[in-house]
Design a binder for this molecule. Structure first.
Ligand code: NAX
Length: 450
């Protein structure tokens, strides 16, 4: 058993159907899986309990409850009082939530909800078995009006996608994992990202070796967004970074605080990597047909995404671009506009929404939000395990777009999917701070792109 985050390598995720198949095959050779699960829960419970009070074990009707009952027996064998039932004992030292796991199949009924509320009202920490009760393993959404908010979750046998995206991170608390000594014997449903290797930078390289980035955006009043993207691309190690500020005055400075940035236009830089849309406003719509047809690689963000959502002819141009030439970075509302849904419809199944969008538009898609999802046609989707609330700040998306552009400019042979996985994970790790973070400070915290 070990802590799951931060990841040190890319890890396999398995949805409910795959987890069931792996479990069924493993049970043939290892019929004692539930004993192993219960023992693992009891061991972690011993380490986590606060004080000398009894451990309250809340067991449901299925095998998740079975794990809980075995854990209670193991705790009793270790000399710790374990109270199994739906009513709290006096001053519990820990709550074990073994009400519902992988088998959650419908919104919890009133009785279940009342038990979940009682667990939540209890002052003891909550250790969830496999999944916080009420949370759907495939999507990370509560099945009904509430899911348990655990302090710790011990994930068993397989890592489930819903623990890492949507509401998963907010409900699971600290994540632990025990594979029950079973090696998965089929391909994962998705990848949980680990840190990417830094690309090689030759000692004989010069600025021309590290690519050109052209940031198009920053309409009057919103230049900061484009400047943040350009600064991020520069900090990432791109050889030359140019800004095309939309509707700007000819004498307007590119970026007074960043003298390395230059002015440029798509016509002057036909081979540059384009980062388009940050702070662009509606003006980007006029520039988009040429950008979509001329620039060989594009990172498309913000207002450019909204313009594409509103115009089927732009969607056609996007679909006509070569494979792996375009990377979209929508937040859930932008993704909803592109898919013709509302935000709740996207958030209900983030993996599916990102895959649907990638398939429809023939692009790599980074669906931002807690547990960003990266999806591309013909690639296994990935979920980003890094990041936190400090990233919920103005400009952090612009920094991501610029960072992705800077990474991609330096690695012209890399697929959009690979760049998205590397950049999103680095951005998330840089944003893991307590308290608040300004987007400019986020740039300073990102590792350089080498
Ligand atoms: N089978 C095994 O040997 C193993 C099982 N494991 C555990 O087993 C769990 C999966 O067990 P199950 O498949 O039995 O599923 P669960 O125990 O998660 O739940 C299934 C039961 O809950 C009921 N139920 C579903 N949704 C409900 C709702 N909203 N309100 C009320 N009742 C509801 C179902 O009718 C069924 O009786 C895993 O999450 C894990 O904890 C693991 O320990 C690995 C080994």
């Amino acid at each position: 058993m070990h802590a799951l985050l931060p990841t040190t390598a890319t890890l396999p995720l398995f949805d409910i159907a795959a987890s069931r198949r792996i479990e069924a095959r493993a049970l043939v050779h290892s019929p004692d899986l539930m004993e192993r699960a219960g023992l693992a829960v009891a061991k972690l419970a011993l380490a986590l309990r606060r004080g000398d009070g009894p451990v309250w074990v809340v067991c449901g009707p299925g095998n998740n409850g079975g794990d809980g009952r075995i854990a209670a027996r193991r705790l009793a064998e270790a000399g710790v009082a374990a109270h199994v039932g739906h009513a709290a004992p006096e001053r519990p030292s820990l709550v074990i939530d073994a009400l519902l796991g992988l088998g959650l199949s419908r919104p919890p009924n009133a009785e279940m909800l009342a038990t979940m509320a009682a667990m939540q009202a209890c002052s003891a920490p909550i250790l969830a078995v496999d999944l916080p009760s009420g949370l759907l393993a495939d999507t990370g959404q509560p099945a009904g009006e509430r899911a348990v908010r655990a302090d710790h979750t011990l994930v068993l046998l397989t890592r489930k996608p819903g623990l890492f995206t949507g509401e998963g991170r907010a409900h699971a608390g600290r994540l632990w994992f025990d594979d029950l000594r079973v090696a998965p014997d089929e391909a994962p449903t998705a990848d949980l990202l680990g840190p990417a290797a830094q690309p090689h930078r030759s000692p004989t390289s010069h600025k021309g070796s590290h690519g050109q980035v052209l940031v198009v955006g920053g309409a009057p009043g919103m230049q900061g967004a484009a400047r943040l993207a350009a600064r991020a691309a520069l900090a990432c190690g791109a050889g030359r970074v140019y800004l095309d500020l939309l509707n700007s005055r000819p004498d307007e400075a590119t970026d007074p605080g960043q003298p390395e940035l230059m002015r440029g236009t798509p016509a002057e830089l036909p081979n540059a990597l384009g980062v388009i849309g940050c702070g662009a406003g509606p003006a980007i719509a006029h520039a988009l047909p040429a950008l979509l047809q001329q620039l060989p690689r594009l990172v498309i963000d913000a207002d450019a995404l909204n313009a594409i959502a509103a115009d089927p002819s732009l969607q056609g141009l996007l679909r006509g671009r070569p494979a792996s030439a375009t990377l979209l970075t929508p937040h859930p509302l932008e993704a909803a506009r592109l898919l013709g849904l509302d935000t709740a419809g996207v958030q209900a199944d983030r993996l599916r929404a990102a895959q649907e969008l990638a398939g429809r538009l023939g692009c790599t898609v980074v669906l931002k939000g807690s547990g960003s999802v990266i999806a591309s046609p013909d690639e296994r989707p990935a979920i980003c395990a890094s990041g936190g609330p400090a990233l919920a700040t103005a400009g952090s998306g612009d920094v991501l777009a610029g960072w992705l552009g800077g990474l991609w400019a330096q690695q012209p042979g890399a697929s959009a999917h690979r760049i998205a996985c590397a950049g999103v994970d680095a951005h998330g790790r840089a944003g893991e701070v307590d308290g608040v973070l300004r987007a400019s400070d986020l740039i300073a915290r990102l590792p350089d792109g080498r």
